[in-house]
Design a protein around this ligand. Structure first.
Ligand SMILES: [Ca+2]
Ligand SMILES: [Ca+2]
Ligand SMILES: [Ca+2]
Length: 299
């Protein structure tokens, strides 16, 4: 019945083409500018979400069990599928607003690709529900324009989560936060790249790390501001590695690693390896005393 209703409305628009008002045109643009197509692949279903050259709103709600629903600006249903293992968003030009929300802990292997296209786009990724017994790989590319990309992380249990967030051209804002507890058999790897433009990249994570946590931040070209604060809460016995690199331009780089496991000057972390690379040594640096600073030209 819903399908018939949609056809009827489309027909009405077509019939009214000659005398269509501006409002009708706007309504049509809002309703039909995003296409959602689900197709079978070896690992399940691939959901392709494609916008147009104008500003699109794409809201992705993932139930964590493979069921994914995509809605638009007014909550209108754009598409849905079960057994989803790959989501590819291509929002194209325009200032797009894209959100991905995990409603329950992810228990289904997934790969997410966000290509935001030209224009100042906004992407928010909410993984605060966490991951339980699955692997997740997120690749986001802001492409041209001053993009804002944010991610919120949750607990990892028998999980591998890889986040690669890339601002690309333009003055981008990339923010990663949350309180992920990482189990002994879990891996969290976060790679943030500002690339060209004057970027602001802020990371603030705090949790109990029994497994492996790796955070790499690169400002790339331009005068970047990088602020990374990682807190290993008491009882953490895992491996924590962090790298911050301003890249070209006189950057402002902060890397604070707060080791709350220390009892009588001894850390319970198996590995704590935190490093700032500043060549040729012109960045403004702020860091805790467990961070190694590498300056000067390569030998
Ligand atoms: Ca678009
Ligand atoms: Ca963009
Ligand atoms: Ca940059």
């Amino acid at each position: 019945m819903q399908g018939n209703g949609l056809k009827a409305r489309l027909g009405k628009h077509r019939n009214a083409l000659g005398t269509r008002t501006g409002f009708d045109q706007l309504e049509e643009r809002l309703c039909y500018s995003v296409t959602v197509i689900s197709s079978p692949i070896a690992s399940g279903q691939e959901l392709k979400i494609v916008g147009d050259a104008a500003a699109d709103t794409i809201n992705i709600l993932d139930e964590g069990n493979g069921n994914v629903t995509v809605t638009g600006e007014s909550g209108n249903l754009l598409g849905a599928a079960d057994n989803v293992s790959v989501i590819r968003v291509n929002s194209k030009g325009g200032a797009d607003v894209v959100s991905y929300t995990l409603a329950n802990p992810l228990a289904h292997v997934e790969k997410l690709f966000f290509n935001l296209g030209a224009g100042a786009d906004q992407l928010s990724i909410d993984l605060s529900a966490g991951i339980d017994g699955a692997n997740l790989h997120v690749t986001a590319n802001g492409e041209a324009g001053a993009d804002t990309i944010s991610a919120t992380l949750g607990d990892l249990a028998t999980a591998k989560a890889i986040l690669e967030l890339n601002g690309d051209e333009g003055a981008d804002i990339i923010t990663v936060s949350g309180a992920p507890n990482v189990s002994a058999d879990s891996v969290l790897k976060v790679t943030l790249s500002g690339n060209e433009g004057k970027d602001a990249i802020a990371t603030a994570l705090s949790g109990t790390y029994l497994g492996k946590v790796v955070v790499n931040v690169e400002g790339g070209k331009g005068v970047d501001t990088i602020s990374t604060t990682l807190t290993a809460q008491a009882e953490s016995t895992g491996k924590l590695r962090a790298l911050a690199r301003g890249g070209k331009g006189i950057d402002n780089v902060t890397l604070n690693v707060i080791d709350e496991t220390i009892v009588e000057e001894v850390s319970t972390l198996e590995v704590l390896n935190a490093k700032i690379i500043d060549r040729p040594g012109t960045d403004a640096l702020t860091f805790t005393d467990n961070v190694k600073v590498v300056t000067g030209k390569k030998a």
